[in-house]
Design a binder for this molecule. Structure first.
Ligand code: EPZ
Length: 428
């Protein structure tokens, strides 16, 4: 039913300098929808998901679920029904997993429900090696026998997984989600120490509890899960995408636009809004979950450290780097989460930025303007930074490899055209 069509030669052409005016609506969060979809594996009953964003990664995850036997029906815009009553395979093949490392999220639920799972080892991606050792060590602690053969993780649990006391050496978002989904049907109690606090992790726990799971402590570093025999269906609404919202706040400030952002998830962006204020950008509520963005004439430089939630998210690092090129002084951004998440720096410098990388820190010196040229999108969030840069660069910016963008930003060219951006797709 789903096909993931990727046109590698598609580029986005943006004529910069337009003042943006109008309403930008924040879609459902990709990084909440992906674990929400994986969680539908845990029951034979029907699960309805609402506010599912229309993204390449969602299509890939739906394909993956269909390949193991899920029946998926689109009921309406953004509303899907999932039902996995009879599995037809226990293997998530490389073809799909190589497109999206979040496919690892099917490992926990498949092991938990069926006692067996084969998932292709997710390769690294452009931002780093992206190992899954913490996921696998935790599942072994829960009694799974895991071996890696010909690039596949083959995991087997005799009967059911066993509840266990899991200590994550590093905070891992999908690791916490995977183990939570493995633990909800395990025998006994699982305690996850050093769990991730991200809103998407909390939202997954809420969905699992609606399905009958026994979970406490979500949103803290210690989550306690008592395994139950089976889970029921439910209807769940995907939470708004805090990263898309933060991206919209930056682009409306930089274009000095009159932009209203709808479904702005304040509660997930407190730290980000504080940093925006330090820079001289104000997120002003105009209605329930609607905001408008105001800015000072001069933007102030700041120093940012990317950290786990609730501090500054690595997924907004590239977008804020673009913004800080126009601050009235030198800023620094240190990337502490991923080892190679500065590939947008040479692209921004081609547009006229003056950014120097020293170890894990980018030193951003102020420039007057960007001048348009050809740039390439390097990873999902960096591609958004290229769009922001294109909106303010003088002339026509051509962004290549925009399938990265389509993985994580729903219909962004339509959304931006609707508020006055001169933006079009072209096969080049
Ligand atoms: C999630 O990735 C997000 N993806 C990422 O968003 C986000 O950047 C990242 O969390 C950090 O916030 C989804 O939720 C689908 P991690 P995840 O495990 O879970 C290391 C986007 O743009 N690590 O929290 O893969 C890892 O290398 C994407 O939407 C291990 O060493 O990230 C990294 O340095 C990009 N071993 C750190 O931990 C492991 O087994 C945090 O990674 C797992 C992780």
């Amino acid at each position: 039913m789903f096909e993931v069509k990727v046109e590698l030669r598609e580029a986005l052409i943006i004529e910069g300098g337009n003042r943006l005016e109008g309403v930008l609506k924040v879609s459902g969060a990709k990084n909440a929808a992906l674990p929400n979809i994986a969680a539908t594996i845990l029951t034979e009953k029907e699960v309805i998901l609402e506010n599912v964003p229309d993204l390449l990664d969602i299509k890939t995850m739906n394909l993956l679920l269909e390949s193991i036997g899920a029946e998926i029906n689109q009921i309406d815009n953004g509303i899907f029904s999932y039902r996995l009553s009879n599995p037809k395979s226990f293997s998530a093949d490389y073809e799909l997993v190589s497109k999206m490392r979040a496919s690892i999220l099917v490992l926990g639920p498949m092991l938990s429900r069926f006692g067996y799972a084969e998932v292709a080892l997710p390769g690294g991606c452009s931002i780093g090696a992206r190992p899954v050792d913490l996921h696998l060590k935790a599942l072994e602690k829960m009694g799974a026998q895991i071996k890696i053969e010909h690039g596949y993780i083959k995991a087997y649990a005799q009967r059911r997984l066993k509840g266990s006391h899991i200590f994550f050496d590093k905070i891992t978002v999908t690791g916490t989600e995977n183990i939570m989904m493995a633990a909800v049907l395990a025998e006994g109690t699982t305690v996850i120490e050093n769990a991730a606090l991200e809103p998407e992790v909390v939202d997954l726990a809420i969905m699992l509890k609606k399905m009958g799971a026994d979970i406490q402590g979500e949103g803290t570093h210690r989550i306690v899960i008592n395994g139950v025999k089976q889970l029921n269906g439910t209807t769940h609404r995907v939470i708004p995408d805090r990263i898309e919202a933060g991206t919209f706040a930056v682009l409306s400030a930089l274009t000095d636009g009159k932009v209203i952002i709808e479904n702005y998830p304040f509660e997930y962006l407190e730290y980000v809004d504080k940093v925006l204020e330090d820079i001289g950008i104000y997120v002003i509520p105009v209605d329930k979950n609607k905001v408008m963005i105001k800015r000072e004439e001069k933007l102030r430089p700041v120093n940012i450290q990317t950290k786990e939630y609730p501090l500054f998210p690595t997924d907004l690092q590239a977008q804020f780097m673009t913004l800080l090129c126009f601050a009235d002084g030198v800023s620094e951004i240190t990337e502490n989460i991923f080892e190679n998440r500065f590939m947008h720096v040479p692209e921004l410098n081609r547009l006229g930025a003056n950014i120097e990388i020293v170890g894990k820190t980018a030193i951003i010196r102020p420039v007057e303007k960007f001048s348009a040229t050809d740039v390439k999108a390097t990873d999902l969030r960096a591609s958004a930074a290229m769009v922001i840069a294109g909106l303010i660069a003088e002339g026509e910016t051509r962004i290549h490899n925009i399938y990265h963008l389509d993985r994580g930003y729903e219909h962004i060219d339509q959304k931006l055209s609707n508020i006055g951006a001169k933006i079009r797709r072209e096969i080049i």
